[in-house]
Design a protein around this ligand. Structure first.
Ligand SMILES: [Zn+2]
Length: 142
């Protein structure tokens, strides 16, 4: 093994370690709309101990008029905070963002072909129904 191969392998290992640690940290989000709706403390995605079975994605519950979190790795895709069977997932086909320019939070689970993107675009508000809800990342958790 020549020196280039050794340096390359070291670099590759570091990249893998860094990406693994990033993949374990969920994001804490808040959602705010111009109508006054505000929800904070949304512990999205997953942490170090549960990332294999849990991916909590922000979703819209039409029954309660709230942004809820929904485990999209659970086959039922139900949320403990929403009585409806299938809350609509933000960023999914039913609730795409309006005018997104970048991701503010995202989650990839390559082994299950799952990617969730929350962008800086506007989303449907659960309270007023206008596409004027915006998410903000306020921290990370694991
Ligand atoms: Zn609103």
């Amino acid at each position: 093994m020549n020196i280039c191969a050794i340096v390359f392998n070291f670099f590759l290992v570091m990249v893998l370690l860094l990406s693994a640690s990033v993949a374990w940290a969920g994001d804490v989000l808040e959602a705010q709309c111009s109508c006054g709706y505000f929800k904070t403390g949304l512990f999205a995605f997953a942490g170090r101990s549960n990332y294999r079975d849990v991916c909590m994605a922000p979703a819209l519950c039409k029954a309660t008029g709230e942004v809820v979190l929904c485990n999209i790795l659970d086959d039922s895709k139900a949320s403990p905070d929403c009585p409806l069977e299938h809350p609509a997932i933000y960023g999914g086909p039913d609730l795409p963002p309006l005018n997104p320019t970048r991701d503010i939070a995202s989650w990839f689970l390559q082994s299950r072909g799952i990617a969730v993107h929350i962008t800086d675009g506007a989303y449907t508000c659960p309270r007023c129904g206008e596409v004027s809800l915006r998410f903000r990342k306020i921290g990370s958790w694991d």
